[in-house]
Design a binder for this molecule. Structure first.
Ligand code: SF4
Length: 410
């Protein structure tokens, strides 16, 4: 597939390092998620961190809300496959404890810890250890004075909150910073990040906070982060979903893959929406195919199409696809028919051909296939279906006749 570049260039930001993961500058945009276990539960938290990393998370955040959590972090950090960010609430001592535990980044909410001397102390300690800090502004927990000054949680108020925190960090010579200005309201969040990216060159962490359960949460977060990423804004992202956090990591990876901002590891399964022409339950076959490919590293675009009349043509750009027709599956590679299989073997055939293509390449698989025979079979089924269904598969003309008769007869 040819990738179409965004009309916006990625904004230039400075680069920081969260453990071994570079964030900002020309580093790939990274995916983050957050554990929902008690951080003191070391084994449970590590299990979740491994699951998040497997689903595509490059960095994982854990809450550090009490002493036991900090002690848990001391055991989690050395065993984690990805760098750990400690999420700090109101107690700056927890930030210091998390630094003692060896975390690779802190997240401070300027609305929660407001005492400049405490903020500066944490920044000084972080600086001494080379640990970066995310300034995590949240529209829902803005400092009261800013709320009053701006008449609410406006983009300007959120940016000013970040700038105020940055000024405290500046006072102690601490620059190792990334910033987020999250809101659950998508237009507010988008505008806040746009203004922030004009105001600073620190790397930005994108997120729509408290986006909610699926599918609404996914839509809101994708709308907000997708808009900004296409404008070149954002260096690291997190979906905040009311769901298994593995969904957050997976969604983050899939968003970056969909925008061409991250190299694809797994299949890109496309499927027609089905219609009156469908010769098979497209939803079932597509879901079965998705499950069959699972997390396999097969970075091909694979199409599941409901009928052989239009399927192979509509999905001709896919690397591999299958279209249903008269209880058979017509397999095609880059629009060329290569095999015909019984309908109940469609999914396993797709997987087999995809694996073969990964092994020897599409041209070799085409060369190995009896394309003439497959094309003939597809042409026959296409003609037979056109004969039965005609050009109007949804039978709209019959319905229109019926409606007209009813209206005329009324
Ligand atoms: S015409 Fe065929 S390929 Fe297109 S949506 Fe309908 S069933 Fe799917």
């Amino acid at each position: 597939m040819q990738l179409i570049a965004s009309r916006y260039e990625r904004r230039k930001t400075r680069q920081i390092h969260v453990g071994p993961v570079a964030v900002g500058g020309d580093a790939p945009i990274s995916v983050q998620s957050m554990t929902i276990t008690k951080t003191a539960d070391v084994e449970g938290t590590l299990q979740q961190i491994y699951a998040l990393a497997a689903a595509g998370a490059d960095i994982v955040r854990c809450t550090c809300n009490r002493e036991e959590a900090a002690e848990g972090l001391a055991q989690i950090v050395p065993r984690s496959p990805v760098p750990i960010v400690a999420d700090i609430h109101n107690n700056h001592n927890m930030a210091l404890a998390a630094l003692d535990a060896g975390v690779q980044c802190l997240r401070l909410n300027p609305g929660n810890i407001t005492d400049p001397s405490k903020i500066k102390l944490v920044a000084t300690e972080a600086k001494g250890r080379g640990v970066p800090i995310r300034i995590g502004v949240n529209a829902g927990s803005l400092d009261d004075s800013l709320y009053k000054k701006h008449g609410g949680a406006t983009p300007e108020a959120m940016v000013e909150s970040a700038e105020r925190e940055l000024a405290y960090f500046d006072d102690v010579g601490f620059e190792d910073v990334k910033i987020s200005v999250k809101a659950s309201n998508v237009p507010l969040m988008v505008e806040a990040y746009r203004q922030l990216s004009e105001a600073t060159d620190h790397p930005l962490h994108l997120g729509v906070t408290e986006a909610g359960p699926l599918p609404g949460g996914l839509v809101k977060a994708t709308a907000g982060m997708g808009t900004l990423l296409m404008e070149g804004i954002g260096d690291t992202i997190r979906y905040s979903l009311t769901a298994d956090p593995v969904e957050e990591a997976r969604a983050g990876r899939m968003l970056l893959e969909a925008l061409g901002l991250r190299e694809r590891k797994g299949v890109d399964l496309i499927a027609c929406p089905s219609c009156g022409r469908a010769e098979v339950d497209v939803i079932k076959v597509a879901n079965d195919a998705l499950a069959a490919f699972g997390e396999r590293e097969i970075p091909l675009q694979i199409a599941v199409m409901g009928c052989v009349v239009n399927g192979p043509g509509e999905a001709r750009d896919a690397d591999l696809g299958i279209a249903a027709g008269r209880r058979k599956g017509h397999l095609f590679i880059k629009g060329r028919n290569v095999a015909v299989v019984p309908e109940d073997e469609m999914v396993e055939t797709l997987v087999r051909y995809a694996e073969r293509m990964m092994e020897v390449g599409a041209d070799q698989v085409l060369a190995e296939s009896d394309t003439a025979r497959a094309e003939k079979a597809a042409a026959e089924d296409r003609a037979a279906l056109l004969e039965v269904q005609g050009a109007d598969a949804n039978d709209a003309s019959t319905k229109i006749d019926l409606i007209r008769k009813r209206v005329e007869g009324a």
